[in-house]
Each structure stands twice: as structure tokens, then as C-alpha cells.
Design a binder for this molecule. Structure first.
Ligand SMILES: Cc1cc2nc3c(=O)[nH]c(=O)nc-3n(C[C@H](O)[C@H](O)[C@H](O)COP(=O)(O)O)c2cc1C
Length: 342
């Protein structure tokens, strides 16, 4: 792994891969916005491994209008996180503008409108992918935001609501009204996260707009990154589920090539970030959902099931050390070439 400091040093000498209006982006693999996952600690980890642009978890516009509440925490960022993209959603252009104006004071580099969330709670009230059914709302939102914000405004879409797949129309409306980048998850609302993401559609989108396009959906390995880039011509690739428990994807490393020792290093770094940021026991509790992804395929169930119930850091670390010793012992017993993991 390249340390955070040396990663920064490397960036200084590199040319941007693409620009979001006047914001340079120095790489082409990007961690997806993921509610419950793409928080400050996980973004810090992924950034350390090479993710080049970071979206917050999405925040409803109305939650940003009144008094500060716990959702504001989703808009925390670290000083060296650049570009940091704040993602918000709503179903009323004026309200989205008021929210965006307010959060501009927190100095994001970019503000992104979520137009892809498929949950009924969001899309059912015309926000998230529900915006894709309302071209006038899309036009008004991007027009207002690009006129009144000083930072670039971008959007993340899906193919469409159902079979009508109106992504090209919507993308053109976004671009015509000032959007500086379009990210697209190659599935419809109906498909949620199932079926295969449609990369042909991402290629068509790239051909149809002149702003940068980020392709998203089903990227799980370095080979997928290259395949998506060559298939679609997109400017960058966004990785969601394939990055959970797998920050190495941002270094274009095959998960299978990562040794158990390296897994433990990343896990401990992540755990430290979680505890520093959230405190105890919250940081440990929120870390639980990541654990099984780090240990996928390894024979760790009995110890893991104890780790995900403890709220005590000392006990957690003791169990982690036991787990580590047990896996290392089994790996050694299996001998060279015999892999226990994935
Ligand atoms: C747990 C979870 C939370 C997500 N939260 C968000 C979100 O807050 N904003 C957003 O635009 N997309 C969100 N997504 C969608 C992802 O950004 C991405 O579009 C989707 O997972 C497809 O990419 P993948 O195949 O690489 O996972 C979420 C997805 C998951 C699995």
C-alpha cells in the first residue's frame, strides 16, 4: 500500500485524468456513495489505497434546512479529501437549492444530486430515481444550482424508472442546464441491484454528452475496471459493493493476490479510523458490518461471532489476535500454494 503522504506526493506530479468543470480528478477509480458505508473512516481507507474522488452518503435536502441534526455528520470530510463530493437528494428544486447553498459553507468541491436511489421511501416521493420521471424538475434543479452555486453540480442517475430507460434524455437535460459530470449506474429502478448492469448504455451515454461520465455497476476486480473503461469509454469507474472489504481494488489489485497479513493491516487501519472518528463503543459497533467482508472464505466463524457482539475494545482486539493466530496457523499447516482464503 502507498501511504497517504506518499500518495499525496505522487499526485503533485500527475496530470489530472479528467476535470469536473474546474476541479481536477487524478485517477479513474472512485468509491461509490453508499449509505452506511462511505463514511469518513471508509473513505479515508479507500483514499489511502488509491480511490481518487469521494462521495458522501446521501443526505435528504430537508434535513439540511432546519437545525443541525445527526445527518449533518454525513457531510464531514477530512482536510486532505479532494475532491470531496457532497451528495444530496430531494423532490423540490427550490428546497434542494436552499440545502445546497447552506452546505456550500462546509466547502465541498462538488455537490451531487442523487437521482438513482430506488427505495420506495425516496423514489416514491419523486426524489432519487423518482426525479427521472420529472424532466422539468431535473431541468429546474440543475439550472438553479448551476446558477447559484460556486462549486460544480453533478448528478448520479440510473437507466430509468422501468423499461422506458430515459437516461439519454435526462442526461442531456442535465448537461443543458449546467451539470458538470454524470455518473450512471447501469440498472433501472425496477432492477434495483439485480440482473447484470448494462454497460452498453453507459457507452451510449458517453457518446451522447460532452461532460465527463462515470460508469457504475458490477465492477468487482481490476479486470472489470479495464473492461468497463474499454467497453464504454467512460472517464472513470465507480465501485460500490465490490469495494466493501476490498480497498485493494483502488490499487488495481486482484483480491485473491492479497495476503492475509495485508488483510489484517487494512482491517486494523480501518478499525482505528472507525474508533477515532465515532468513538467507543459506536465505532466498534459500526465496524461489525465490515468484518465479514474482510474474512470472506476464511474459517473464522466461531471467533467472528464473538467479535460482532462485544462492545469492549480490549476484548475485540484480543479476539482479533486469536483469529489472526488461528488463521496463520492453518495457512502454515496448509503449506505453500494451499490457500485457505477466497
Ligand atoms: C448499501 C448501499 C448503499 C448505497 N447508498 C447510495 C447512496 O447513498 N447514494 C448513491 O448515489 N448510491 C448509493 N448506492 C448505490 C451505489 O452507489 C452503486 O450505484 C450501486 O451499488 C451499483 O454499483 P456496484 O455494482 O459497484 O455496487 C448504494 C448501494 C449500496 C449497496
Amino acid at each position: 500500500m502507498t501511504s497517504e503522504k506518499s500518495m499525496n506526493d505522487l499526485l503533485i506530479d500527475r496530470e489530472p485524468v479528467f476535470w469536473v468543470r474546474d476541479v481536477p480528478v487524478y485517477g479513474d477509480v472512485i468509491l461509490s456513495p453508499m449509505a452506511g458505508y462511505s463514511d469518513v473512516p471508509y473513505r479515508s481507507l479507500c483514499r489511502a489505497y488509491g480511490s481518487s474522488m469521494h462521495y458522501t452518503e446521501f443526505v435528504p435536502a430537508e434535513a439540511l434546512l432546519g437545525r443541525r441534526n445527526p445527518l449533518w455528520r454525513r457531510l464531514d470530510k477530512t482536510a486532505d479529501e479532494n475532491p470531496a463530493v457532497f451528495q444530496i437528494f430531494g423532490n423540490d428544486a427550490q428546497m434542494i437549492l436552499r440545502a445546497a447553498k447552506r452546505i456550500e459553507a462546509l466547502e465541498p468541491h462538488i455537490i451531487d444530486i442523487n437521482m438513482g436511489c430506488s427505495t420506495r421511501r425516496v423514489s416514491g416521493r419523486g426524489a432519487g430515481v423518482g426525479m427521472m420521471l420529472q424532466p422539468e424538475l431535473v431541468a429546474e434543479t440543475f439550472k438553479l444550482l448551476s446558477a447559484h452555486l460556486s462549486v460544480p453540480v453533478t448528478g448520479k442517475i440510473r437507466l430509468g424508472w422501468e423499461d422506458q430507460r430515459n437516461y439519454i434524455d435526462i442526461a442531456r437535460i442535465m448537461e443543458d442546464n449546467g451539470a458538470a459530470l454524470i455518473a450512471m449506474h447501469g440498472r433501472t429502478k425496477e432492477q434495483k441491484y439485480g440482473d447484470v448492469a448494462d454497460w452498453d448504455a453507459i457507452a451510449e451515454l458517453k457518446q451522447s454528452v460532452s461532460v465527463p461520465v462515470i460508469g457504475n455497476g458490477d465492477v468487482r476486480s481490476p479486470a472489470d475496471i479495464d473492461r468497463m473503461k474499454s467497453h464504454t469509454g467512460c472517464d472513470a469507474v465507480m465501485v460500490g459493493r465490490g469495494a466493501i472489504g476490498n480497498p485493494w481494488i483502488f490499487s488495481r489489485r486482484q483480491r485473491e493476490s492479497v495476503s492475509f497479513v495485508e488483510v489484517m493491516q487494512a482491517l486494523r487501519l480501518h478499525q482505528g479510523y472507525m474508533v477515532d472518528y465515532y468513538g467507543l463503543p459506536h465505532g466498534l459497533i459500526l465496524f461489525r458490518k465490515h468484518l465479514r467482508y474482510y474474512f470472506k472464505g476464511l474459517p473464522v466463524k466461531p471467533i467472528l461471532s464473538q467479535m460482532v457482539v462485544t462492545e469492549d475494545l480490549e476484548r475485540f482486539n484480543q479476539l482479533l489476535a486469536e483469529l489472526e493466530a488461528s488463521v496463520l496457523f492453518q495457512l502454515e499447516a496448509a503449506g505453500p500454494g494451499n490457500r485457505l482464503a477466497w
